[in-house]
Design a protein around this ligand. Structure first.
Ligand code: TRP
Length: 460
């Protein structure tokens, strides 16, 4: 039987959960990754596929993940084990949790490096180095930075320490307050940037790039990236939301909370796109610049606008916080498992896993400097990738492990758990249509993931 309460504690309220899960969802994925992959994949059509994936795959799977977590009340590995046995199936379902823990490990190893870039840019913004720079000056600044492993490593180390500190104390104490201030501030600042983009950027060109779908640019590779990103940006497919769900009070409506989290996440991503692309076009930068896109576009804008030092500093502070609240959720599944199964204290578990992930992250640090032996090019379904190990980890996790994890979560909730068990968690008499959810999770979401996978591997 699953325990009634998680041994790791509970959220103080439904709001605490919504804030923490939103903190997990909104992060580098929205502000750094969404714009650069949209730029690389040609804009509008890619955005449309991404929005479809959020609605038809992400939302039903998020509900499944939360309900599984709340019913199991343990780390994802043990939750899957308990629920599989409870519904009369093989305990091998726990390997879904194992894959999730592994995915979280890989993602955090590079996530921390990129969060480190934001720390460096926070200092740069505050010290005014962007002021008056030309676009090419800003590009040089970025190039010099990622070519110098010393600083990349330093910031990666600091960010991993920040993540460790919060997880060691238990994720429930500070997140709520941080996210309550962070989210509104982030939205306001993105609106300020959009205002700037309307005045000085090529706003209509940016809007049309984002929302005018040109399906001739849409490849199966782009569809896979869009689908993978729907999982990444909502923190799905690896047990992060499952673990957060395991601290959720039984009385809270899963449908309503999911809707709030997914909306907030999507709004922040679209606002980030609206702020960035008009500036890209106005300054003749390339939308397909890759992972450096926001670190080139936005500093240039901060260097030109009135109050740029203030807004620039604030912006990078907010990104660091957004990345921090996400990184915490990537570490939490591993830590809960080590506590439950290895009998470690939380602080020890957090330290052990943080050090391992930090070490692994060094591979990403050395994926960027041009003279590094592990920076290499390769081609993945017709696209050229230039950042060696970083690109491999990104493709492996976001494009493969998360959708695969999500696929099995949907199959488990739709086909293996009993209808009554899922209904018991979801049906709150709040106007939510249980049958519609069940149809989405049984048929629509898994079929869509499967179609994309089969196409990628050239099977259909
Ligand atoms: N969703 C976060 C972002 O967009 C990243 C993240 C946090 C994540 N937890 C996750 C991604 C779990 C996948 C799985 O930045």
């Amino acid at each position: 039987m699953a325990p009634k309460e998680s041994i790791h504690g509970s959220w103080s309220s439904r709001w605490a959960f919504v804030l923490a899960a939103t903190g997990s969802a909104v992060g580098l994925g929205n502000i750094w990754k969404f714009p650069y992959i949209t730029g690389e994949n040609g804009g509008g059509a890619f955005v449309l596929v991404y929005l479809f994936c959020i609605a038809l795959i992400g939302v039903p799977i998020m509900m499944a993940e939360i309900l599984i977590g709340r019913r199991g009340r343990q780390s994802p590995i043990n939750t899957m084990h308990t629920l599989a046995i409870e519904s009369g199936h093989k305990p091998a379902w726990m390997y879904l949790g194992v894959m999730g823990v592994l995915a979280g490990f890989f993602i955090l190893s590079y996530y921390s490096v990129i969060a480190g870039w934001s720390l460096e840019y926070l200092i740069k913004a505050a010290s005014g180095v962007f002021t008056g720079q030309t676009a090419s000056g800003i590009e040089t600044l970025f190039g010099d930075f990622i070519n110098d492993p010393k600083y990349l490593l330093l910031w990666h180390t600091i960010f991993m320490m920040m993540t460790y500190l919060v997880v060691a104390r238990g994720v429930k104490s500070g997140i709520e307050k941080a996210v309550k201030i962070l989210m509104p501030a982030l939205v306001v600042l993105l609106l300020v940037l959009i205002g700037y983009a309307i005045n000085t950027g090529s706003f209509s060109q940016g809007v049309s790039f984002l929302f005018n779908p040109d399906f001739s640019k849409l490849t199966w590779g782009a569809v896979l990236t869009a689908m993978g990103h729907a999982f990444f940006t909502l923190s799905l497919g690896m047990g992060a939301i499952m673990v957060y769900g395991s601290y959720l009070p039984k009385s809270a409506s899963i449908a309503k909370t999911t809707f709030m989290i997914a909306s907030a996440d999507t709004i922040v991503a679209l606002l980030a796109g609206l702020a960035i692309f008009p500036l890209v076009f106005a300054n003749a930068l390339s939308p397909g610049a890759g992972p450096g896109l926001i670190f080139i576009t936005l500093p240039h804008a901060f260097g030109q606008m009135d109050g740029g030092v203030f807004f620039g500093t604030l912006f990078f502070v907010l990104i660091v916080f957004a990345a921090w609240t996400s990184a915490i959720s990537l570490l939490e599944p591993v830590v809960t498992w080590l506590v439950e199964n290895r009998g470690m204290r939380r602080a020890t578990a957090a330290l052990t896993s943080s050090i391992t992930i930090w070490l692994f992250g060094i591979l990403t640090v050395f994926s960027f400097p041009s003279d590094s032996p592990i920076k290499f090019e390769f081609s993945f379904i017709g696209e050229t990738k230039t950042n060696g190990v970083f690109d491999i980890l990104d493709i492996l996790t976001a494009n493969i492990m998360l959708p695969l994890g999500g696929f099995f979560i949907a199959i488990f909730a739709g086909w293996f758990m009993s209808r009554d068990a899922t209904r018991d968690e979801l049906d709150m008499g709040d106007g939510f249509d249980f049958n519609a959810w069940r149809f989405l999770v049984k048929w629509v979401a898994p079929t869509l993931v499967l179609i994309v996978f089969l196409n990628i591997f050239g099977i259909i």
